[in-house]
Ligand binder design. Structure first.
Ligand code: MUC
Ligand code: MG
Length: 388
Protein backbone atom coordinates (compact mmCIF):
# COMPACT_ATOMS: atom_id res chain seq x y z
CA UNK A 1 0.00 0.00 0.00
CA UNK A 2 1.26 3.47 -0.81
CA UNK A 3 1.92 5.07 2.61
CA UNK A 4 0.81 8.48 1.38
CA UNK A 5 -2.70 7.09 0.71
CA UNK A 6 -3.19 6.28 4.40
CA UNK A 7 -4.68 9.45 5.87
CA UNK A 8 -5.34 8.49 9.50
CA UNK A 9 -2.97 9.64 12.25
CA UNK A 10 -2.89 8.39 15.84
CA UNK A 11 -5.49 10.95 16.89
CA UNK A 12 -7.69 10.30 13.87
CA UNK A 13 -6.70 13.60 12.29
CA UNK A 14 -6.50 13.38 8.52
CA UNK A 15 -3.33 14.51 6.79
CA UNK A 16 -5.39 17.02 4.80
CA UNK A 17 -6.38 18.70 8.06
CA UNK A 18 -2.75 19.50 8.82
CA UNK A 19 -2.25 21.45 5.60
CA UNK A 20 -0.84 24.93 6.24
CA UNK A 21 -3.46 27.60 5.44
CA UNK A 22 -1.66 30.74 6.62
CA UNK A 23 1.68 32.03 7.91
CA UNK A 24 1.77 35.36 9.72
CA UNK A 25 4.85 37.24 10.97
CA UNK A 26 4.96 40.04 13.56
CA UNK A 27 7.97 42.05 14.74
CA UNK A 28 8.05 42.64 18.50
CA UNK A 29 10.54 44.72 20.51
CA UNK A 30 10.93 43.93 24.22
CA UNK A 31 13.15 46.13 26.43
CA UNK A 32 15.77 44.37 28.57
CA UNK A 33 16.25 45.01 32.31
CA UNK A 34 19.76 46.37 31.65
CA UNK A 35 22.12 47.06 28.78
CA UNK A 36 23.63 43.83 27.38
CA UNK A 37 27.08 44.46 25.88
CA UNK A 38 28.78 42.06 23.47
CA UNK A 39 32.02 42.53 21.53
CA UNK A 40 30.18 43.58 18.35
CA UNK A 41 26.99 45.19 19.64
CA UNK A 42 25.08 46.37 22.68
CA UNK A 43 21.33 46.05 23.25
CA UNK A 44 18.68 47.59 25.48
CA UNK A 45 15.78 45.82 23.73
CA UNK A 46 15.42 42.42 22.14
CA UNK A 47 13.84 42.21 18.68
CA UNK A 48 11.92 39.11 17.64
CA UNK A 49 9.82 37.91 14.75
CA UNK A 50 6.87 35.92 16.05
CA UNK A 51 5.50 33.48 13.48
CA UNK A 52 2.00 32.02 13.60
CA UNK A 53 1.14 29.14 11.34
CA UNK A 54 -2.49 28.09 10.97
CA UNK A 55 -3.56 24.61 9.82
CA UNK A 56 -6.73 23.56 8.03
CA UNK A 57 -7.97 21.98 11.31
CA UNK A 58 -7.92 25.45 12.90
CA UNK A 59 -4.90 24.76 15.14
CA UNK A 60 -2.35 27.56 15.40
CA UNK A 61 1.37 26.99 15.99
CA UNK A 62 3.89 29.61 17.12
CA UNK A 63 7.60 30.16 16.66
CA UNK A 64 10.14 32.91 17.31
CA UNK A 65 13.28 34.21 15.62
CA UNK A 66 15.61 36.29 17.80
CA UNK A 67 18.31 38.79 16.85
CA UNK A 68 20.93 40.63 18.90
CA UNK A 69 21.23 44.28 17.87
CA UNK A 70 20.03 43.96 14.26
CA UNK A 71 22.17 42.16 11.66
CA UNK A 72 25.30 42.30 13.82
CA UNK A 73 25.50 38.96 15.60
CA UNK A 74 24.68 37.26 12.30
CA UNK A 75 23.37 38.55 8.98
CA UNK A 76 19.65 38.38 9.76
CA UNK A 77 17.62 41.32 11.09
CA UNK A 78 13.95 41.19 12.10
CA UNK A 79 13.08 43.51 9.21
CA UNK A 80 14.78 41.24 6.65
CA UNK A 81 13.29 38.12 8.23
CA UNK A 82 9.76 39.48 8.09
CA UNK A 83 10.23 40.51 4.45
CA UNK A 84 11.61 37.12 3.43
CA UNK A 85 9.01 35.16 5.40
CA UNK A 86 6.14 37.12 3.86
CA UNK A 87 7.47 37.18 0.28
CA UNK A 88 9.24 33.82 -0.09
CA UNK A 89 9.02 31.34 2.79
CA UNK A 90 5.28 31.56 3.54
CA UNK A 91 4.21 31.11 -0.12
CA UNK A 92 6.55 28.09 -0.36
CA UNK A 93 4.74 26.19 2.40
CA UNK A 94 1.11 27.32 2.24
CA UNK A 95 -0.99 24.35 1.11
CA UNK A 96 1.72 21.85 2.20
CA UNK A 97 1.30 19.28 4.97
CA UNK A 98 2.78 20.62 8.19
CA UNK A 99 3.80 17.21 9.54
CA UNK A 100 6.34 16.37 6.82
CA UNK A 101 9.01 18.58 8.32
CA UNK A 102 11.82 17.52 5.95
CA UNK A 103 9.68 18.23 2.88
CA UNK A 104 8.75 21.64 4.22
CA UNK A 105 12.42 22.27 5.06
CA UNK A 106 13.45 21.43 1.53
CA UNK A 107 10.80 23.72 0.06
CA UNK A 108 12.02 26.56 2.28
CA UNK A 109 15.64 25.89 1.21
CA UNK A 110 14.55 26.11 -2.43
CA UNK A 111 12.69 29.37 -1.76
CA UNK A 112 15.51 31.16 0.12
CA UNK A 113 19.22 30.61 0.74
CA UNK A 114 20.29 30.57 4.42
CA UNK A 115 17.78 32.80 6.35
CA UNK A 116 18.26 30.21 9.11
CA UNK A 117 16.56 32.11 11.93
CA UNK A 118 13.49 32.83 9.79
CA UNK A 119 13.28 29.16 8.75
CA UNK A 120 13.70 28.05 12.36
CA UNK A 121 10.78 30.22 13.50
CA UNK A 122 8.53 28.69 10.84
CA UNK A 123 9.64 25.12 11.52
CA UNK A 124 9.10 25.68 15.27
CA UNK A 125 5.55 26.87 14.54
CA UNK A 126 4.93 23.72 12.48
CA UNK A 127 6.16 21.46 15.31
CA UNK A 128 3.96 23.44 17.71
CA UNK A 129 0.87 23.10 15.49
CA UNK A 130 1.39 19.40 14.76
CA UNK A 131 2.12 18.68 18.45
CA UNK A 132 -1.05 20.50 19.45
CA UNK A 133 -3.00 18.57 16.79
CA UNK A 134 -1.93 15.15 18.08
CA UNK A 135 -1.73 16.19 21.76
CA UNK A 136 2.01 15.57 22.17
CA UNK A 137 4.94 17.82 23.12
CA UNK A 138 7.35 18.69 20.30
CA UNK A 139 10.00 16.66 22.17
CA UNK A 140 7.98 13.50 21.44
CA UNK A 141 8.10 14.29 17.73
CA UNK A 142 11.88 14.69 18.02
CA UNK A 143 12.71 11.42 19.76
CA UNK A 144 11.24 11.95 23.22
CA UNK A 145 12.38 13.91 26.29
CA UNK A 146 14.94 12.24 28.53
CA UNK A 147 14.95 15.09 31.10
CA UNK A 148 12.32 17.49 32.47
CA UNK A 149 14.69 20.30 33.44
CA UNK A 150 18.12 21.57 32.42
CA UNK A 151 20.83 23.46 34.39
CA UNK A 152 20.75 27.08 33.19
CA UNK A 153 23.43 29.77 33.40
CA UNK A 154 23.14 33.56 33.49
CA UNK A 155 25.14 36.00 31.37
CA UNK A 156 26.95 38.98 32.89
CA UNK A 157 27.31 41.64 30.23
CA UNK A 158 27.13 45.16 31.65
CA UNK A 159 30.92 45.52 31.42
CA UNK A 160 31.09 46.93 34.97
CA UNK A 161 32.61 44.30 37.32
CA UNK A 162 31.09 45.80 40.49
CA UNK A 163 27.60 45.62 38.98
CA UNK A 164 28.32 42.13 37.63
CA UNK A 165 29.40 40.79 41.04
CA UNK A 166 26.24 42.23 42.60
CA UNK A 167 24.09 40.70 39.84
CA UNK A 168 25.77 37.28 40.22
CA UNK A 169 25.32 37.36 44.01
CA UNK A 170 21.60 38.12 43.60
CA UNK A 171 21.17 35.19 41.20
CA UNK A 172 23.04 32.84 43.55
CA UNK A 173 21.00 34.02 46.51
CA UNK A 174 17.74 33.40 44.63
CA UNK A 175 19.00 29.90 43.61
CA UNK A 176 18.43 30.79 39.95
CA UNK A 177 21.93 30.46 38.45
CA UNK A 178 25.34 29.27 39.66
CA UNK A 179 27.24 29.33 36.38
CA UNK A 180 27.89 32.72 34.80
CA UNK A 181 28.94 33.51 31.25
CA UNK A 182 30.79 36.80 30.93
CA UNK A 183 30.69 38.70 27.65
CA UNK A 184 34.17 39.96 26.85
CA UNK A 185 35.82 41.61 23.84
CA UNK A 186 34.05 44.98 23.89
CA UNK A 187 36.99 46.59 25.68
CA UNK A 188 40.79 46.15 25.54
CA UNK A 189 41.97 42.60 26.42
CA UNK A 190 43.93 43.93 29.45
CA UNK A 191 40.77 45.55 30.85
CA UNK A 192 38.80 42.34 30.31
CA UNK A 193 41.50 40.26 32.02
CA UNK A 194 41.43 42.59 35.04
CA UNK A 195 37.61 42.39 35.08
CA UNK A 196 37.70 38.57 34.90
CA UNK A 197 40.27 38.36 37.71
CA UNK A 198 37.95 40.45 39.92
CA UNK A 199 34.93 38.28 39.11
CA UNK A 200 36.88 35.02 39.62
CA UNK A 201 38.08 36.15 43.05
CA UNK A 202 34.67 37.44 44.16
CA UNK A 203 32.83 34.26 43.10
CA UNK A 204 35.53 31.69 43.91
CA UNK A 205 34.11 28.42 45.25
CA UNK A 206 30.52 29.61 44.79
CA UNK A 207 30.04 29.73 41.02
CA UNK A 208 31.59 28.59 37.74
CA UNK A 209 32.63 31.17 35.15
CA UNK A 210 32.83 30.89 31.39
CA UNK A 211 33.52 33.64 28.84
CA UNK A 212 32.34 34.52 25.33
CA UNK A 213 34.58 36.81 23.23
CA UNK A 214 32.23 36.75 20.21
CA UNK A 215 35.17 36.58 17.74
CA UNK A 216 36.87 39.67 19.18
CA UNK A 217 40.51 38.51 19.33
CA UNK A 218 43.17 37.45 16.89
CA UNK A 219 45.36 34.43 17.54
CA UNK A 220 48.19 36.42 19.15
CA UNK A 221 45.89 38.09 21.69
CA UNK A 222 44.14 34.78 22.28
CA UNK A 223 47.40 32.97 23.11
CA UNK A 224 48.05 35.45 25.91
CA UNK A 225 44.49 35.75 27.23
CA UNK A 226 43.60 32.05 27.14
CA UNK A 227 46.61 31.23 29.32
CA UNK A 228 45.48 33.87 31.83
CA UNK A 229 41.88 32.66 31.75
CA UNK A 230 43.11 29.10 32.31
CA UNK A 231 45.02 30.22 35.41
CA UNK A 232 41.88 31.95 36.72
CA UNK A 233 39.98 28.64 36.47
CA UNK A 234 37.62 29.78 33.70
CA UNK A 235 35.75 26.61 32.67
CA UNK A 236 35.06 27.32 29.00
CA UNK A 237 36.01 29.96 26.40
CA UNK A 238 33.54 30.62 23.60
CA UNK A 239 34.53 31.73 20.09
CA UNK A 240 37.72 33.71 20.92
CA UNK A 241 38.71 34.23 17.26
CA UNK A 242 36.76 35.06 14.07
CA UNK A 243 34.41 32.36 12.82
CA UNK A 244 36.51 31.73 9.69
CA UNK A 245 39.68 30.92 11.63
CA UNK A 246 39.23 27.25 12.52
CA UNK A 247 42.97 26.63 12.22
CA UNK A 248 43.65 29.20 14.95
CA UNK A 249 41.00 27.56 17.17
CA UNK A 250 42.72 24.20 16.66
CA UNK A 251 46.19 25.61 17.43
CA UNK A 252 44.91 27.42 20.53
CA UNK A 253 43.09 24.31 21.71
CA UNK A 254 46.29 22.26 21.43
CA UNK A 255 48.24 24.61 23.76
CA UNK A 256 48.67 23.33 27.33
CA UNK A 257 46.71 25.45 29.80
CA UNK A 258 44.01 26.53 27.31
CA UNK A 259 40.53 26.05 28.85
CA UNK A 260 38.08 23.97 26.79
CA UNK A 261 36.89 25.89 23.68
CA UNK A 262 33.23 26.33 22.71
CA UNK A 263 32.36 26.82 19.02
CA UNK A 264 29.56 29.30 18.34
CA UNK A 265 29.56 31.57 15.27
CA UNK A 266 31.79 29.13 13.33
CA UNK A 267 29.02 26.50 13.17
CA UNK A 268 25.76 27.23 11.39
CA UNK A 269 24.95 23.93 9.69
CA UNK A 270 26.04 20.30 10.03
CA UNK A 271 28.65 20.78 7.28
CA UNK A 272 30.31 23.49 9.43
CA UNK A 273 30.15 21.12 12.40
CA UNK A 274 31.95 18.44 10.39
CA UNK A 275 34.71 20.90 9.45
CA UNK A 276 35.17 21.90 13.12
CA UNK A 277 35.38 18.22 14.07
CA UNK A 278 37.87 17.46 11.30
CA UNK A 279 40.03 20.42 12.35
CA UNK A 280 39.82 19.39 16.05
CA UNK A 281 38.90 23.05 16.64
CA UNK A 282 36.50 22.78 19.61
CA UNK A 283 35.64 20.83 22.75
CA UNK A 284 31.96 21.76 22.68
CA UNK A 285 29.33 23.24 20.37
CA UNK A 286 26.72 25.89 21.22
CA UNK A 287 23.44 24.74 19.64
CA UNK A 288 20.99 27.46 18.54
CA UNK A 289 17.84 27.50 16.45
CA UNK A 290 18.84 30.77 14.76
CA UNK A 291 22.00 29.10 13.43
CA UNK A 292 20.76 25.62 12.61
CA UNK A 293 17.51 26.61 10.81
CA UNK A 294 15.20 24.61 13.06
CA UNK A 295 14.76 21.79 15.55
CA UNK A 296 15.75 19.15 12.99
CA UNK A 297 18.86 21.18 12.15
CA UNK A 298 19.80 21.33 15.85
CA UNK A 299 19.61 17.53 16.01
CA UNK A 300 21.71 17.19 12.83
CA UNK A 301 24.49 19.43 14.17
CA UNK A 302 24.36 17.64 17.54
CA UNK A 303 24.63 14.25 15.85
CA UNK A 304 27.81 15.25 13.99
CA UNK A 305 29.25 16.66 17.23
CA UNK A 306 28.40 13.50 19.15
CA UNK A 307 29.99 11.36 16.46
CA UNK A 308 33.21 13.37 16.88
CA UNK A 309 33.15 13.26 20.69
CA UNK A 310 32.41 16.99 20.89
CA UNK A 311 30.29 18.00 23.89
CA UNK A 312 26.90 19.75 23.68
CA UNK A 313 25.99 23.19 25.09
CA UNK A 314 22.44 24.54 24.86
CA UNK A 315 22.96 28.01 23.37
CA UNK A 316 20.59 30.97 23.09
CA UNK A 317 20.17 34.39 21.50
CA UNK A 318 18.22 35.88 24.41
CA UNK A 319 14.92 34.37 23.30
CA UNK A 320 11.64 35.00 25.11
CA UNK A 321 9.78 32.01 26.61
CA UNK A 322 8.58 31.21 23.06
CA UNK A 323 12.02 30.60 21.58
CA UNK A 324 13.42 29.26 24.85
CA UNK A 325 10.62 26.67 25.09
CA UNK A 326 11.35 25.52 21.53
CA UNK A 327 15.04 25.04 22.41
CA UNK A 328 14.14 23.12 25.58
CA UNK A 329 11.95 20.76 23.53
CA UNK A 330 14.94 19.66 21.45
CA UNK A 331 17.61 19.92 24.18
CA UNK A 332 15.49 17.64 26.38
CA UNK A 333 15.87 14.85 23.82
CA UNK A 334 19.67 14.60 24.00
CA UNK A 335 21.10 11.69 25.97
CA UNK A 336 24.03 13.90 26.93
CA UNK A 337 23.98 17.69 27.35
CA UNK A 338 27.29 18.15 29.13
CA UNK A 339 27.15 21.94 29.57
CA UNK A 340 23.45 22.44 30.29
CA UNK A 341 21.91 25.51 28.68
CA UNK A 342 21.87 29.31 28.77
CA UNK A 343 18.16 30.00 28.25
CA UNK A 344 17.99 32.80 30.77
CA UNK A 345 16.47 35.05 28.04
CA UNK A 346 12.96 35.29 29.52
CA UNK A 347 14.52 36.62 32.74
CA UNK A 348 16.38 39.49 31.12
CA UNK A 349 13.24 40.87 29.46
CA UNK A 350 11.04 43.47 31.14
CA UNK A 351 8.04 41.40 30.02
CA UNK A 352 7.50 37.97 28.48
CA UNK A 353 5.29 37.06 25.50
CA UNK A 354 3.43 34.03 26.89
CA UNK A 355 0.60 33.42 29.35
CA UNK A 356 2.74 31.19 31.59
CA UNK A 357 6.47 31.99 31.41
CA UNK A 358 9.02 29.22 31.81
CA UNK A 359 9.81 28.14 35.38
CA UNK A 360 13.35 28.79 36.72
CA UNK A 361 14.04 27.03 40.01
CA UNK A 362 17.02 25.53 41.84
CA UNK A 363 19.47 26.54 39.09
CA UNK A 364 17.45 24.79 36.38
CA UNK A 365 14.91 25.78 33.75
CA UNK A 366 11.93 23.45 33.45
CA UNK A 367 10.48 21.99 30.28
CA UNK A 368 6.86 23.12 29.92
CA UNK A 369 4.43 20.20 29.95
CA UNK A 370 1.80 21.23 27.37
CA UNK A 371 1.51 19.99 23.77
CA UNK A 372 3.61 21.46 20.95
CA UNK A 373 6.34 23.73 22.30
CA UNK A 374 4.35 23.98 25.53
CA UNK A 375 3.70 27.73 25.76
CA UNK A 376 0.79 29.95 24.68
CA UNK A 377 1.09 33.52 23.35
CA UNK A 378 -0.28 36.29 25.56
CA UNK A 379 -2.19 38.32 22.96
CA UNK A 380 -2.20 41.48 25.08
CA UNK A 381 1.58 41.34 25.43
CA UNK A 382 2.01 40.78 21.69
CA UNK A 383 -0.18 43.82 21.01
CA UNK A 384 1.77 45.83 23.56
CA UNK A 385 5.25 44.97 22.19
CA UNK A 386 4.37 44.77 18.47
CA UNK A 387 6.29 47.28 16.38
CA UNK A 388 4.07 49.95 14.86
C1 MUC B 1 26.21 34.38 21.98
O1 MUC B 1 27.08 34.78 21.23
O2 MUC B 1 26.40 33.35 22.60
C2 MUC B 1 23.96 34.28 24.18
C3 MUC B 1 23.93 34.73 25.44
C4 MUC B 1 24.40 36.02 25.42
O3 MUC B 1 24.54 36.76 26.34
O4 MUC B 1 24.73 36.35 24.17
C5 MUC B 1 24.28 35.34 23.33
C6 MUC B 1 24.92 35.16 22.04
MG1 MG C 1 28.42 33.08 21.67
Amino acid sequence: MNASISLATASGTSRREVAVTSVESTIVDVPTVRRHKLSQTSVTAQNYVIVRVRLANGVEGIGEAATLGGPRWSEESVEAMKANIDAYLAPAIIGQRADVFEVVGERMDQAAKRNNAAKAAIETALFDAVGKTVGLPASSLLGGAVRASIPVLWTLASGDPAQEIEEANAKLEARLHRTFKVKIGAQAPEADMARMARLATALEGRADLIVDANQAWDETVSVKCLAQLGEMGIRLVEQPVPAWNLEAMARLRARPGTPPLLADECVFDHHDMLRVAQAAAADAISLKLVKHAGLIGVRKVAAVAEAAGIQLYGGCLLESSVGAAAHLQVFSTFRRLEWGCEHFGPQILTGDLVTEPLVFRDFEVHLPSGPGIGVVLDEDKIKHYARR
